[in-house]
Design a protein. Structure first.
Length: 300
DNA sequence: AGCCCGACCTGAAAGC
DNA sequence: TGCTTTCAGGTCGGGC
């Protein structure tokens, strides 16, 4: 399940494969992969063919590369997206779950396959505009050009241009459960269900607590924990909980065995030994230690 | 405007 | 054993 660290690992691999190359052709095997593209697969294929690609940029879980026709090719992994240079020839039958394939020249790979079991991932073209704060749009390039498709996505926790003070204030304006706020990519981007639970545990805050009841210090601790966890996961190649996340070489990360709460409901808390609990919050599982993270009184 | 929630999707795992 | 149901989660869009 790719969150920020997994997306960054993929971005680094994609940058080596795509930057400076020319797209000779494109095949889309599943229409859902181009569902956000105006005109669907046909228009994506038509507009990308012959385009030259720039650096690969990432903000939160959104990735893109600027193309020579003035647009950005958006690449989102969704739940299960993988990019693999499988050295396929045009017309070769797709491998299992292969949804699209780029044919490239001028780079190290002749083809790049987009493999996506659950089809939550997407490829599409988006117009761009300069960032409002005048800082680079994301990680991987100094360009200010931010795709419209990612303009509603806030800067992420590993972005040097993130304003932690403002984010802290904004989070505490919300009456929603803090975990819901962390998962809202328009307030802070990069968190998914795994790292949100991990950061809340490290900060000792229960996810059902209303964000507006938290102190500035508590929110700062959550954000700091998020930064440290994501950096550590990045250094381990990310978290692979199942076979759904791998890097461009097909390798899985090893951070899963460092997880403190996610996927450990019913097991002992690594801090205090108390049995970890799980509740449903925002239709997602929230795993926590009732001893280390005091649940709110109104918890059902 | 902000927030909640259903829909989308597939395959593994659990239930019967 | 085999069929059915449940569960997992990132994002979008409808609706309040």
């Amino acid at each position: 399940m790719p969150e920020l660290p997994e997306a960054e690992i993929v971005r680094r691999g994609l940058a080596e494969i795509l930057a400076g190359t020319k797209i000779e052709g494109l095949e889309v095997f599943h229409p859902r992969t181009a569902r956000y593209q105006n005109g669907g697969s046909a228009q994506l294929t038509q507009q990308l063919s012959g385009a030259h690609l720039d650096a690969v940029v990432r903000r939160g879980k959104f990735m893109w590369t600027l193309t020579s026709n003035g647009q950005a090719l958006m690449m989102h992994l969704g739940m299960s997206g993988q990019f693999r240079p499988l050295a396929k020839q045009a017309g070769e039958a797709p491998v299992r779950h292969e949804r699209a394939r780029l044919y490239l020249s001028g780079g190290p790979a002749q083809s790049l396959s987009f493999i996506d079991q659950r089809t939550f991932g997407a490829l599409y073209l988006s117009p761009t505009a300069n960032t409002e704060d005048g800082a680079p749009a994301g990680c991987g390039s100094d360009s200010l050009l931010l795709p419209a498709g990612a303009s509603h996505i806030a800067r992420d926790l590993l972005d040097p241009h993130l304003d932690l003070v403002k984010v802290n204030q904004r989070i505490r304006k919300s009456k929603s459960p803090i975990k819901n706020v962390l998962l809202n990519q328009s307030i802070i981007s990069g968190f998914g269900n795994i790292y949100a639970d991990e950061a809340l545990f490290v900060a000792g805050v229960h996810g059902a607590r209303s964000a507006s009841t938290l102190t500035r210090q508590q929110v700062a601790q959550i954000l700091q924990a998020g930064i440290e966890i994501m950096e550590r996961s990045l250094s381990r190649g990310g978290t692979s909980f199942d076979q759904l996340y791998v890097d461009v070489n097909g390798s899985a990360g090893t951070f899963a065995d460092e997880l403190l709460v996610y996927g450990r409901a019913g097991q002992a808390c690594r801090e205090c030994g108390h049995e970890l609990s799980s509740i449903s919050l925002n239709k997602r599982s929230h795993v926590y230690c009732a001893n280390c993270q005091r649940p709110p009184r109104n918890l059902k």
